[in-house]
Write a protein that binds this ligand. Structure first.
Ligand SMILES: Nc1ncnc2c1ncn2[C@@H]1O[C@H](COP(=O)(O)OP(=O)(O)OP(=O)(O)O)[C@@H](O)[C@H]1O
Ligand SMILES: [Mg+2]
Length: 252
């Protein structure tokens, strides 16, 4: 379907026990678009990302990629379809090198950006990892260092670089600037812009509203598990976005 969104959630509901985390949520991202997903703590943002990345199945609703309905049995299925996720509680393996972390779990996947090289030995892998991180605008020196030697911000940079290096269609970033300093946060925003320029659909979750207003094309506001606003970023200013999130401004 030519005019279908790149990636779409339709009528998604999800409960944990008797907590309704999401109710009848519609959400989409288009190629070359950065969509901000915002809402207070507990609004359901991470739950939606986990459904879109195959971690949790929805209780109700559909997921469509390029207009085709898909069912993810595991995160592996979503990754194979070109969807990469940086989770809020993102896992790098601290005892492995940066290079090994970039390749973690990829050994059996279909050729991606790096796959064209075929089998890679450790050295080549580390060199290639450094090149890939640099290509997406992330400079962490020495890809042979283990991740446990890095600062929180540097780890985050590796995690983001890994996700963007592998994404073929969609990249979802759940609070990627958490724990980052001002300069590193600005770098993350510029990495998102380059992902957008490559034609990826980018989903950006953040509580830092100036960043959301600066980098996104469209904003979706969740409140208590429901979408209360889905509008072009140009329709918001800092005050109206905050008001929509908190409910002080009633959504139209
Ligand atoms: N694994 C789980 N088991 C039970 N309840 C959960 C689980 N994960 C999330 N919830 C509940 O679902 C609701 C939505 O949580 P979610 O993590 O999606 O919010 P969020 O918008 O990402 O919040 P934050 O901004 O704090 O990260 C909350 O009420 C939360 O307590
Ligand atoms: Mg969350």
């Amino acid at each position: 379907m030519a005019d279908a969104p790149l990636y779409e959630a339709v009528g998604i509901s999800k409960s944990y026990g008797h907590v309704t985390a999401l109710f009848d949520v519609n959400f989409s991202v288009n190629p070359g678009e950065i969509v901000g997903l915002v809402g207070d703590n507990g609004a359901g943002k991470s739950t939606l990302i986990k459904i879109l990345s195959g971690v949790h199945p929805p209780d109700r609703g559909k997921i469509r990629l390029d207009g085709v309905e898909r069912t993810w049995k595991s995160p592996h299925d979503a990754i194979e379809a070109g969807i990469e996720t940086l989770y809020q509680d993102s896992g790098l393996a601290p005892d492995l090198t940066i290079g090994s972390n970039v390749f973690l779990g990829r050994e059996k996947l279909k050729p991606g950006i790096l796959g064209r090289l075929g089998f890679l030995d450790q050295k080549a892998m580390e060199r290639q990892a450094a090149e890939e991180l640099k290509r997406v605008g992330i400079a962490v020196s020495g890809s042979r260092r283990t991740v446990s030697d890095l600062s929180g911000g540097q780890r985050q940079a590796v995690a983001i670089g890994r996700a963007i290096a592998w994404a073929r269609k969609v990249i979802m970033l759940d609070e990627p600037t958490n724990h980052l300093g001002a300069r590193q946060s600005i770098e993350v925003l510029s990495v998102m812009r380059s992902a957008k320029e490559q034609g990826l659909g980018v989903i950006f979750i953040s509580h830092t509203l100036p960043h959301v207003l600066e980098v996104t094309d469209r904003v979706v506001v969740l409140r208590l598990g429901r979408v209360v606003r889905d509008a072009a970023t140009s329709e918001f200013d800092a005050e109206s976005l905050l008001g929509t999130i908190t409910g002080l401004i009633e959504a139209s």
